[in-house]
Design a binder for this molecule. Structure first.
Ligand code: PMP
Length: 308
């Protein structure tokens, strides 16, 4: 039987023993930085692979720098802790792995990051599809603008800034859509509430630059590589206007949780045929195979977890 465990205060413990107090700073102010990493189970090989773990921890430590959080672990140590936790849990299925660096100080009224202690915790839970839809999904343009770098830096995964994504996602879900597309304060396309965005038109692929307030997505980076390597198409990073999405041949979203998700409509207008586009399909097919360690060419993106 798999065990539900967490790395907490330097040790692996049952997840129910990993508890923080109500005075914890991060709980009041969102002063934390997190990651979402996939563990992908390969049924044929009976092996668990973690996708681009190093890059996730590099981004976590960038977020920690931004938030003046000194956690006592290097990228290598964080990877080792993750391997040890997953081995101890013994899951043999798809996982979502959640590292969290947080301001652990138990003191309510202090807004000076440099005076607050930090800690790191890690857990993993079984996880299937993130977006509950088959085929191409239905999106809406959010009435919430994506936070700007002058407000909270969106390029790293700071917990507090997820209130912005959560407002957008909730609004979209309550209106019957699968996902929200957010615009920058200037009205350029930024990203989904938890995914980066790509547009395909006339055989060319475009994606907004990170300076248009999106997260430095690891799946985004993987999709750019796959477009180049597998389709021979260089992805162009440039600002995208909302109306370009309406007229695109294909739009797709990328994210650790969402994988490569085709967008079939935006604001009830079909994109292209309204079905999954050919370029999206190709990138998605290569992606879903390689994250399970199925493609030797991209095997160095996958860390195999040795199982007893
Ligand atoms: N944008 C946001 C706001 C996200 O939360 C995520 C999910 N981490 C992404 C984009 C996609 O990033 P990644 O591919 O690294 O998961």
């Amino acid at each position: 039987m798999p065990k539900s465990l967490a790395f907490f205060r330097g040790k692996i413990v049952p997840v129910e023993d990993a508890q923080v107090g109500v005075m914890t700073h991060a709980l009041h102010y969102g002063t934390a930085v997190f990651e979402g990493i996939r563990g992908n189970w390969n049924e044929d090989q009976r092996k668990l692979y973690v996708f681009r773990m190093r890059e996730h921890y590099e981004r976590l430590l960038q977020g920690c720098r931004m938030m003046l959080m000194d956690i006592p672990y290097t990228v290598e140590q964080l990877c080792d802790i993750t391997v040890e936790l997953l081995q101890s849990c013994g899951y043999r299925e798809d996982l979502y792995i959640r590292p969290l660096a947080y301001k652990s100080h138990e003191l309510v009224a202090n807004l000076k990051l440099h005076e607050l202690d930090s800690d790191f915790t890690l857990m993993a839970v079984p996880f299937g599809n993130y977006i509950d839809a088959d085929g191409a999904i239905h999106c809406t343009t959010s009435s919430w603008r994506r936070i700007d770098d002058t407000i909270i830096p969106p390029r790293v995964k700071i917990s507090g800034h997820y209130v912005n994504s959560i407002l957008a996602k909730t609004e979209a879900a309550l209106a019957g859509f699968d996902e929200a597309i957010m615009l920058t304060p200037n009205g350029d396309v930024s990203e989904g509430s938890g995914e980066n965005l790509f547009l395909v038109t006339g055989g060319q692929i475009f994606t907004p630059p990170v300076s248009d307030n999106n997260l430095t997505g690891i799946t985004r980076d993987s999709a750019i590589t796959l477009a180049r390597e597998e389709l021979g198409i260089e992805v162009v990073e440039r600002s995208i206007r909302r109306s370009e999405l309406y007229l695109a041949d294909e739009v797709f979203l990328t994210g650790t949780a969402a994988h490569v998700t085709p967008v079939g409509s935006l604001d009830r207008r079909p994109i292209g045929s309204g079905e999954v586009g050919a370029i999206t399909q190709k990138i998605s097919d290569v992606y879903v195979d390689l994250i399970r360690g199925g493609n030797p060419k991209y095997r160095d993106w996958c860390t195999e977890i040795p199982m007893e």
